[in-house]
Design a binder for this molecule. Structure first.
Ligand code: HEM
Length: 190
């Protein structure tokens, strides 16, 4: 009789312990609990845009071509890319068609833009940088009521002139311009 009541007590104790463990796992680990009860949160439009943009940056041929030096090395590394971006900025800031869009930017905004462009082109060329800016769609949407093809061409033309000024060879120039041209669908709005 005593042994039987001992077994009954042990049974209820074990059941209580199991209940406590199960309840605390679901309470203390919301991600685990959520994965079994509700669907994962949706990504915002901005997050999706950045994710798509990142995967495109990591794609050949802008990264590096197998068996060859990366575009980054063939261009001459970080300081060579920075020089091209600085000359591009000089040209587009003074361009009769698109210079107006950069007039209102603070000095710090210009410095930030410069760094983001260097990071973007360095990463695309397979160099040691990570672009941390916004997607091209997000950062250009609505500029001047929506950028046109002619305005986009003026920007790319500025990059081409800067590449020539820095004596970049034709194969490397073609690769950089192919990358620059790849944003047209995201940037041009009318
Ligand atoms: C090859 C095409 C282009 C590339 C690769 C490019 C790249 C960039 C990058 C990396 C940024 C910084 C993004 C950020 O702030 O998070 C930016 C911003 C900006 N871009 Fe472009 N861009 C291009 C074309 C253009 C064109 C055609 C215009 C105007 C005619 C333009 C005007 C601007 C302006 C005004 C900003 C500053 C926006 C802000 O601070 O809110 N861009 N661009």
């Amino acid at each position: 009789m005593k042994i039987q009541s001992l077994f009954t007590k042990a049974f209820w104790l074990a059941l209580a312990c199991i209940t406590v463990v199960v309840v605390s796992v679901f309470k203390l680990s919301p991600s685990f609990a959520r994965s079994t009860t509700t669907p994962p949160a949706q990504l915002s439009t901005a997050q999706v845009a950045v994710a798509q943009y990142d995967s495109r940056l990591a794609k050949a041929p802008y990264d590096s071509r197998s068996g060859e030096k990366s575009l980054y090395k063939r261009l001459g590394g970080y300081s060579a890319i920075a020089a091209v971006i600085d000359d591009t900025a000089q040209i587009v800031f003074n361009d009769p068609l698109i210079g107006k869009y950069f007039i209102g930017l603070s000095t710090n905004s210009k410095q930030r833009l410069r760094q983001l462009l260097i990071d973007q082109f360095t990463q695309a060329a397979g160099g040691p940088a990570v672009y941390t800016g916004r997607s091209m769609k997000l950062s250009h949407s609505g500029i001047g009521g929506g950028l046109t093809n002619a305005e986009y061409d003026a920007f790319v033309n500025g990059i081409a002139q800067a590449l020539d000024k820095n004596n970049v060879n034709q194969p490397e120039k073609d690769e950089v311009l192919a990358f620059a041209n790849s944003f047209r669908d995201e940037i041009v709005e009318r």
